[in-house]
Design a protein around this ligand. Structure first.
Ligand SMILES: Cc1cc2nc3c(=O)[nH]c(=O)nc-3n(C[C@H](O)[C@H](O)[C@H](O)COP(=O)(O)OP(=O)(O)OC[C@H]3O[C@@H](n4cnc5c(N)ncnc54)[C@H](O)[C@@H]3O)c2cc1C
Length: 470
């Protein structure tokens, strides 16, 4: 079916004002924040993949109609939440229909007794947080992209936020889902605190990157606003003794929502940007919640850090971090430079493997003479994630794309050799999928078999997450 016929047929189904074949809309919804998308525009003026039509459903019934129509006519569907993904998850690699979820953004039910909220999946994270804050509640899921990412995107990518060390990733929030499956049927999982009724069906969709269906609603845990918030900042001579402190903090049973440790390079950039004259590795620690618990946790944590010879520099840098925590200009501006590219490679490993992983990654970038700023965050009792931001300057855009893929390939190899995950929270998309099999082993066959059963014609989000094309 051609673009104009497709538009006419979809308009008949869901209404005229919900379908667009305008080139501006098609371009806008055919890309995300993956560095290659910036380069494509410079290189080719038009990206290589453009959807034929953009549909903006207003309710689950619209989504069902779109899916049934696409299945019947064997037209591909791509799902666009907030478009803030960084692995190409929304790129319409086979044209077809892109579903823009932004009109499905209502709050459905706030359950103040159970502390849960049901929302339509297109709601943007910050809008949900603002709604909750007005009622003295909070989600406490703060990915840096909160102002542009949607709840559906959070769930589909298995995202995590800056306060995850206490509250967990999005998987710790979801208690129920509504999903339009690839055959047009609707799955509703109701909200229970826990159940032993087989594998948790929600988990098939958390991190599914849309390949198993379109998430239309979600029930999420919420929290009361914390009574007290305290920041502490420490400077360490070396990064490994700081890592030992974090391990001890976590394994002692403390629950800091924020624990961030910057390597020397990223600390240097932070100190310079904020006008401080320190040297060493900066650690920011936060405790929040009930006042008495916060004071007790703070005291224990400070003892652990000073035992490791850290210098306590007060709370100012922590508060400044909090105020500026959504500012990512220094990374995104790089993509707009001719021949410039930067990206964040978010790995994670258990405590017994993290130091070697960090050393191997650091040595790789040093040998290649590529600037690297790294920090550790999202800590667990068993390990921690490390966020590696690299900055490249090469002669032109084509070379930038080549080097971008080469760096990713090499660093994922280093991760796999160190038994680390190739993605702690950004997902796989189209950028990392060639390496997923190495990490998941037999697991990838399970995903492929599930996809084949649920979506035999490979209609929804093809080419994402799993490699095998059906
Ligand atoms: C500056 C910046 C900072 C970031 N910081 C963080 C961070 O701190 N933590 C973090 O985890 N991520 C972060 N990200 C990555 C990104 O914001 C997350 O992956 C986010 O969860 C994507 O949400 P989205 O709504 O924008 O999804 P999109 O980009 O629209 O889509 C991402 C994937 O999810 C699928 N999808 C979207 N909506 C649905 C739905 N309703 N049903 C089924 N599938 C769907 C899409 O098809 C695609 O495969 C950052 C990105 C940027 C650009």
């Amino acid at each position: 079916m051609t673009g104009s016929n497709l538009k006419i047929e979809l308009e008949k189904l869901i209404g005229k004002n919900k379908v667009s074949s305008d080139i501006g809309d098609r371009l806008c919804f055919s890309r995300d924040v993956t560095p290659i998308c910036y380069k494509w525009i410079d290189l080719y003026k038009l990206p290589p993949y453009i959807c034929d039509v953009v549909v903006s459903p207003e309710n689950t019934e619209d989504v069902i109609k779109i899916v049934q129509f696409a299945k019947k006519n064997k037209i591909k569907i791509f799902i666009y939440g907030g478009g803030s993904g960084v692995v190409g998850g929304v790129i319409p690699t086979e044209g077809g229909i892109t579903i823009d979820m932004s009109r499905m953004s209502k709050v459905v039910i706030l359950d103040e007794e159970s502390l849960t909220i049901e929302v339509e999946s297109g709601i943007i994270g910050q809008n949900l947080e603002d709604f909750l804050n007005k009622k003295n509640y909070t989600l406490r899921h703060f990915p840096q992209s909160i102002r542009s990412a949607s709840v559906g995107g959070f769930i589909a990518t298995k995202s995590t936020g800056q306060f995850s060390t206490k509250y967990g990733g999005i998987e710790n929030y979801v208690t129920g889902l509504e999903v339009v499956l690839p055959d047009g049927n609707v799955l509703i999982t109701s909200d229970k605190p826990r159940s032993s009724t087989g594998p948790d069906i929600n988990n098939f969709f958390i991190g599914s990157e849309g390949i198993f269906g379109i998430i239309t609603r979600a029930i999420l845990k919420i929290y009361k606003m914390p009574e007290k918030v305290i920041y502490h900042c420490f400077i360490y001579e070396d990064i490994f003794s700081a890592l030992d402190s974090i391990r001890e903090i976590m394994q002692t049973g403390l629950k800091p929502p924020v624990i961030r440790l910057y390597n020397r390079e990223e600390s240097r950039q932070k100190f310079a940007k904020l006008g401080f004259d320190y040297d060493g590795c900066l650690m920011i620690l936060c405790f929040e919640g009930n006042s008495e618990l916060v004071d007790a946790e703070s005291e224990v944590a400070q003892k652990i850090c000073t035992k490791m010879k850290a210098k306590n520099i007060g709370d100012e840098l922590g508060k400044l971090w909090f105020d500026n925590r959504f500012d990512t200009r220094h990374i995104l501006e790089k993509e707009e430079e001719f021949g410039g590219v930067s990206d964040a490679i978010e790995l994670a490993a258990s405590w017994s493997k993290i130091k070697k992983l960090y050393a191997d990654v650091e040595s790789y970038f040093r040998k290649k003479q590529i600037t690297l700023a790294s920090h550790f965050s999202h800590a667990y009792t068993t390990g921690i994630s490390v966020y590696n931001i690299f900055f490249l300057n090469v002669k032109d855009e084509e070379e930038a794309i080549k080097r971008f893929y080469a760096v990713w390939n090499d660093v994922m190899e280093i991760a796999l050799n160190n038994d680390a995950t190739i993605s702690h929270h950004h997902g796989i998309g189209i950028i990392k999928k060639d390496k997923l099999r190495e990490e998941l082993n037999e697991g990838i066959n399970i995903l492929e078999n599930l996809k084949e059963k649920l979506d035999p014609d490979n209609i929804i989000n093809p080419d994402k997450l799993i490699t095998k094309m059906i």
